[in-house]
Design a binder for this molecule. Structure first.
Ligand code: MV4
Length: 455
């Protein structure tokens, strides 16, 4: 097992990793930017080293500095968390070169899923269902017209270097294709330095359902059931839950088996997530694979009663996965992301000093957070302050508990998404469990929040 792990991240995930390391008897090294001097990950790690100025590219994305700290402190592994360098194939390879274990997959496995056309081709070969569309890149406009006519409108153009919604264009008819095609290429070129786009049938109001997976260094793989992430706004997830109210036992089995096929197809060795779109008829299609531990891994931990970060570290150290291919979940869990954002102003970021804090507590309530009273939320990084995860025997009880927890959560000094979560827990469509990714376009949460706060 590793003796010392460098954590190349900040915020709640850095704390999450430090906690598991402590329980495993592994020493920890924190790295931090000058903006994070007063952060808890700096305090709780055994050692902490400043790696640069506030901007991410000068600190948390500075591979050379981070490698130098790892060498200097004699760390034998690096945990990248999520975001920053977590899905950077070059960094994973750099770690291998310096004989420091990257706690995640090797570079080639990150690359296999990083380019979306390559990923899709690999999945089709492996027998994982994919959305009908172009066979690889769209060559030019006439190519796009031909393929769109074949599969039928509406269609969607996506950047092969993209993911997470960036550089996508929905096209409803042939008249709209030329403009969308040119915009998608320009946007992709500017954002990713790669203007390659591909085309797919557009699935109307899909469910976003993802399967937690794990693969070990010996080719064994398993899935740990699903998370429903359909409550999203502009591709930002706000709420995740498990099990999905939309997934029945038959679909769960089929999606789990497909996710395991995906993992085995690339000999994936770490924990990861296979994302699927599911249409209203319960047809499911591979969308992308995330080769990292995700923000919402906690929901799976709560329903499965299983430390996923520990499993990830053990896999990296060469331990075979437990060999259990399916753990039936007994509990229901919901996670709400509390961000320093104003839901009454298009979720605009609202950094600043937290003047007072009370976090929710009690039976079935978990709060993963790095904030404290007196902490200043810096403007340089993402705005997530805390994850509240509630667990109960049924979805109904879980929603009641989450509403109670959110009402108990006091954060003063910055505007947060807490009021949004309170009104969501009362929303009929959410409560019914019959919702898809279009929920927040239909829910007038602005008025509901105004009513709640008495405006
Ligand atoms: C789609 C789609 C419909 N049809 N692809 C959004 C994020 C990126 N990973 C892919 N996304 C979508 N791809 C086809 N062929 C709809 C979305 C989509 C979406 C997906 C999951 C969750 C929320 C979403 C919101 C809008 C669009």
């Amino acid at each position: 097992m590793f003796k010392k792990i460098l954590i190349a991240n900040r915020g709640e995930i850095a704390l999450r990793i430090i906690r598991t390391c402590k329980e495993m008897g592994i020493k920890t090294v924190a790295v931090y930017s000058t903006a994070d001097r007063d952060s808890l990950h700096v305090r709780f790690a055994d050692e902490a080293v400043c790696i640069g100025p506030p901007r991410s590219k000068d600190s948390y994305l500075n591979m050379q500095n981070i490698m130098a700290v790892a060498e200097l402190t004699n760390a034998d592994a690096i945990h990248p968390g999520y975001g920053f360098l977590a899905e950077n194939a070059e960094f994973s390879d750099l770690c291998a070169k310096y004989k420091i274990k990257f706690i995640g997959p090797p570079g080639n496995q990150i690359r296999a899923m990083g380019d979306k056309i390559t990923a899709k081709e690999t999945m089709i070969k492996a027998g994982v269902p994919c959305i009908p569309g172009s066979d690889g890149l769209v060559n030019d406009l006439s190519d796009a017209k031909k393929i769109a006519a074949q599969i039928g409108y509406p269609v969607i153009l996506k950047a092969t270097a993209g993911g997470g919604g960036k550089g996508m264009r929905i096209v409803h008819d042939e008249g709209g294709l030329e403009k969308a095609y040119n915009m998608a290429r320009t946007e992709a070129g500017a954002a990713f330095g790669n203007d390659g786009v591909y085309l797919e049938k557009f699935i109307v109001e899909p469910h976003h359902i993802e399967i937690q997976v794990a693969g070990d260094q010996y080719g064994e793989a398993c899935h740990l059931s699903e998370r429903d992430c359909s409550v999203q706004r502009r591709h930002q997830k706000l709420v995740e839950e498990a099990p999905s109210p939309f997934v029945d036992e038959e679909l769960r089995k089929k999606m789990g088996a497909a996710a395991v096929k995906a993992v085995k197809a690339i000999s994936y060795e770490s924990v990861g997530t296979v994302e699927f779109l599911v249409d209203r008829d319960k047809n499911f299609y591979f969308m992308e694979m995330n080769t990292r531990i995700q923000v919402e891994h906690t929901v799976t931990e709560e329903v499965m009663d299983f430390d996923l970060v520990k499993e990830q570290i053990m896999i990296a150290a060469g331990t075979p996965i437990s060999g259990v291919l399916y753990f039936p979940e007994k509990m229901h869990a919901i996670e709400c992301r509390v961000n320093a954002e104003d839901p009454l102003n298009n979720f605009a970021p609202n950094p600043g000093k937290i003047t007072a804090l009370h976090t929710p507590k009690g039976y079935g309530v978990r709060v993963d957070t790095h904030i404290y009273a007196g902490y200043t939320v810096p403007p340089f990084y993402d705005s997530m302050l805390a994850k509240v995860i509630c667990r109960a025997k049924s979805r109904e009880e879980c929603i009641v508990k989450m509403k109670r927890a959110m009402q108990e959560f006091i954060i003063e000094g910055v505007k947060t998404t807490i009021p949004f979560h309170i009104v969501l827990m009362d929303n009929e469509e959410f409560r019914s469990g019959k919702f898809d990714t279009g929920l927040l376009e239909r829910f007038d949460y602005v008025n509901a929040i105004k009513e709640l706060v008495g405006e």
